[in-house]
Design a protein around this ligand. Structure first.
Ligand code: UGA
Length: 458
């Protein structure tokens, strides 16, 4: 990859870094007001652009027009309200197209049974664009995570429908739920893949005020950057989880090991937190989709097969730990502390808590759960929710820290200890201090941590 310090259009196929410059006041449309669409739209409005968000869900559009935010993302409500004059929400694609030139597509691409990404929503947008009449003013910008090759497919579809004049770029998102606004406004990089340099320039200009490196490349390379990044981060997590499991066997502490590894600048310290596996709407789906994509092209991506398997097994390891302390789980009351797939989100997609709760119920345990944000979730059938963590722990035979919400990590553990039937805590996120928990009288286990009584330096 060749970096280029100028913001001029790159040679075809070359990559360049855009240094910035005044952004033209293009108006922005966003199709799909989910996590990615809302964050993208609201952040662009905060940068001064006029933004029109279009969604097909009438209730969602009505709620947004009422100032309600359908998702939990720190800072989003405040930003929406601060920039409401530049934000319009509509059901009408026609209205959105009238009011915008650069149009982001941020619709769902859920996994199908085969592990491929379902592109039906993307394709129905293309169909609608033909009906409504998008034109040469419009550049479509794919934000949704789509398999490599989708851009070429969409381009061909647009051309076949007489929409040759409509532009198309790939601009994958790298937003972490819970920190999405910061990730959007202070990105490590912005990746823009284009078929036509001038179209890519228009998208690059939108981002120029952020002063971030802008990678300009082909559409398939941009699509691949997204999958490869998520797959690599997921691999790092499964790797450290396996190291943690080995640490348990050999009496080493994974926290120290990860720290020691992470200081090597070639490795880096992020995404080396061992625990009960990764979840969310992105990693599980994207790792499977990349594996599938490789398989469809005749390549067996062996490493990713293991990354997925390790993650599935990791979620279940807590059950073994509980059995070690409690024997059978039949009739035992187990408190799950935190349910969302990670803190600062209400997202339950692929959350480790779902597998854990289902396994515990299958073992005959009584499951009580607390989450600061998730209050009800239909797939937690059979789990009793409590209003506080303390309530969940009272009378429990064991508690499992599933999501490291600050409010849960910062609980008054000393007080909670006395309320449990037996003071057993499994820390699925290595968020608590084993020595302190042991000092408080808990039978305590993390993931890949040295039992506190060994007394070795942590
Ligand atoms: C992830 C990526 O981090 C974003 O860059 C990407 O844009 C996004 O997917 C996406 O494709 O849309 P997200 O799923 O929001 O973002 O959450 P992460 O913070 O990456 O966490 C994913 C899961 O990995 C969580 O369950 C978390 O608990 C787990 N994790 C993370 C670990 O178990 N250990 C770690 O060291 C880091």
């Amino acid at each position: 990859m060749t970096d280029n310090a100028s913001s001029a259009a790159p040679e075809p196929g070359a990559d360049a870094v855009n240094g910035g410059g005044p952004a033209p006041r293009e108006r922005v449309g966003v199709i799909g007001a989910g996590y990615v669409g809302l964050v993208t739209g609201v952040c662009l409005a905060s940068m001064g652009y006029e933004v029109t968000l279009r969604d097909i869900d009438a209730n969602k559009v009505a709620a947004l027009n009422d100032g309600q935010v359908p998702i939990y993302e720190p800072g989003l409500v405040e930003m929406m309200s601060e920039h409401r004059d530049r934000l319009t929400y509509t059901l009408s694609l026609e209205r959105m197209l009238e009011r915008s030139e650069v149009v982001f597509i941020a619709v769902d691409t859920p996994p199908t049974y085969s592990g491929d990404a379902d592109l039906s929503r993307v394709m129905s947008v293309v169909e609608e664009l033909e009906k409504v009449g998008a034109d040469a003013r419009h550049v479509l910008v794919m934000k949704s995570t789509v398999p490599v090759g989708t851009g070429e497919r969409v381009r061909a579809e647009l051309d076949a429908r007489g929409l040759e004049q409509v532009g198309y770029c790939s601009n994958p998102e790298f937003l972490k739920e819970g920190a999405a606004i910061a990730d959007f406004l202070r990105p490590d990089r912005v990746v823009i893949g284009s078929f036509d340099d001038a179209q890519g320039d228009r998208v690059a200009a939108l981002y120029a005020p952020l002063g971030a490196p802008i990678i300009r490349t082909s559409v398939p390379s941009a699509e691949m950057v997204k999958y490869a990044s998520n797959a690599f981060l997921a691999t790092k997590i499964s790797f450290i989880n396996e190291i943690a499991n080995v640490c348990e066997e050999v009496g080493a502490d994974v926290e120290v090991v990860a720290h020691g590894m992470g200081l090597d600048s070639r490795i880096g310290s992020s995404f080396l937190r061992a625990g009960i596996g990764f979840g969310g709407s992105c990693f599980p789906k994207d790792v499977s989709a990349l594996k599938q994509l490789a398989g469809n092209s005749g390549y067996h991506f062996q490493l990713l097969t293991s990354v997925i398997e390790v993650n599935e097994l990791q979620k279940r390891r807590v059950i073994g730990k509980l059995k070690k302390h409690l024997g059978t789980l039949e009739g035992k009351r187990v408190a799950l502390l935190g349910l969302a797939f990670k803190p600062e989100t209400d997202d339950m997609r692929e959350a480790s808590s779902l597998v854990l709760a289902a396994r515990l119920l299958a073992e005959g345990a009584e499951v009580v759960a607390y989450d600061p944000v998730v209050e009800v979730y239909d797939r937690l059938h059979g789990v009793s929710m409590t209003a506080t963590a303390e309530e969940a722990m009272a009378g429990a035979d064991a508690a499992v820290l599933v999501t490291e919400w600050a409010a849960i990590v910062g609980l008054d553990w000393a007080a909670a200890q006395g309320t449990m039937r037996s003071a057993i805590v499994i820390d699925g996120r290595n968020a608590l201090d084993p020595r302190e928990m042991t000092r408080l009288g808990y039978a305590f286990e993390g993931i890949g941590r040295i039992p506190a009584h060994v007394g070795a330096p942590l």
